[in-house]
Design a protein around this ligand. Structure first.
Ligand code: OGA
Ligand code: NI
Length: 366
């Protein structure tokens, strides 16, 4: 085969995803996945990664948030959102079998023959269901070491018929998980608005418009699969990014991989059994006028273990405009962000490779 022909056929192989490449028995990372040296996980560009270390995130006890000592936990929540942009949520009340079934069916989905998975490999970035690899496999110059299944969960009755019909129990497992995470998101949002001084839970008469707007927005579940990687120092499961929406609830298995930027370095989030990792997204940073931070994070891949994570991403309804809450702006605290909406985000994404924190940066008023 000519070199050009060979490259073309390799290119087609990459489109099938990392799982597929691994099943073909590759022993090294193809060049398509090799990051420029400065972007490689140990390069230490701009931040020292020689001091990589594990990080114990603040722990928020969901049960205590419902108890008589709520205000104490709301204070801890505020501190966590200000200082880390991330926390671990324990005692979250999602039944163990709901989580186990979700993880189990996710693993079985990625074990399906490629032909079955590829039915959902659609080019439309906004379709209600999309199986794919990297971020945007039609555009990314360098691929990341990740395959994913993205499922829109809003409104369930509209999107359900579009979800994969195999494995047979996938739809039911995701419905259960999605209902549970949606409820948790709503409870957390209420507490977060309270921590910003925007909701008065003792006064039912008071209008809580924001809460209503936040409660019924878009909801995506993204199942990420990071196969074991023969040369994990050359690539990343996900490059540094911040999450676009309001709040992300992440279920990670026992394999380490998630790193967040904290105090100028990359720190690994230690998996904590039975917890969810929760982080602030760009919209909440904007809405809080910068009091809460949407923090950069990335995913390392593992030389011997495959890793699964399930992200539940919550945003405002697609057509809503996000702006700093007027209640958080005054003479001493001027507005720090422009209005933004989903269309602006899509325009931004199609005009450049979504990388780093650039979208949020582009919304800042200087
Ligand atoms: C994400 C994300 C982290 C992980 O889905 O946005 O950051 O550990 N995932 O998979
Ligand atoms: Ni993320």
């Amino acid at each position: 085969m000519s070199l050009a022909g060979e490259n073309e056929s390799l290119e087609r192989e990459f489109q099938k995803g990392v799982k597929h490449l691994c099943e073909r028995g590759i022993k090294s990372v193809p060049s398509k996945y090799i990051l420029p040296v400065l972007d490689q996980p140990n390069s230490g560009k701009g931040i020292s990664s020689a001091s990589n270390s594990n990080l114990k995130l603040p722990v928020i006890d969901f049960a205590k948030l419902q108890g008589s000592n709520r205000s104490h936990t709301v204070n801890s929540l505020r501190k966590a959102c200000e200082e880390f942009g991330f926390f671990q949520l324990v005692n979250h009340d999602i039944p163990r079998d709901v989580i186990e079934n979700m993880v189990d069916v996710s693993k079985r989905f990625f074990e399906l023959p490629f032909e079955e998975r590829s039915k959902y490999m659609l080019t439309d970035m906004n379709s209600a269901v999309r199986y794919g690899t990297s971020f945007n496999q039609n555009k990314d110059a360098v691929f990341c070491w990740r395959d994913f299944l993205k499922l829109s969960c809003h409104h369930l009755s509209d999107v359900l018929p579009l979800w994969p019909s195999s494995p047979m129990d996938l739809r039911q497992a995701v419905i259960n998980y999605s209902n549970n995470t949606k409820f948790l998101y709503q409870m957390l949002t209420e507490a977060i608005l309270e921590s910003l001084g925007l909701v008065d839970t003792n006064n039912n008469e008071k209008e809580n418009d924001e809460l209503e707007e936040f409660k019924d927005g878009s909801h995506l579940i993204v199942i990420n699969c990071y196969p074991a990687c023969p040369e994990p120092d050359l690539t990343l499961g996900m490059p540094p990014h911040s999450d676009y929406g309001l709040l992300t609830l992440l279920l990670q298995d026992e394999v380490e991989g998630l790193q967040i930027q904290h105090e100028g370095r990359w720190a690994t989030v230690e998996p904590l059994p039975d917890s969810l990792v929760v982080n602030i997204g760009d919209h909440l940073e904007i809405f809080s006028n910068g009091i809460y931070k949407s923090v950069l994070h990335r995913v390392l891949v593992n030389p011997s273990k495959s890793r699964i994570s399930i992200a539940s991403l919550h945003s405002l309804p697609f057509n809503n405009v996000v702006q700093p809450s007027p209640k958080l702006i005054d003479e001493d605290n001027p507005r720090h962000y422009k209005d933004t909406d989903f269309a602006t985000f899509l325009d931004y994404n199609s005009s450049c490779e979504p990388k780093k924190k650039s979208f949020l940066e582009s919304r800042k008023l200087t």
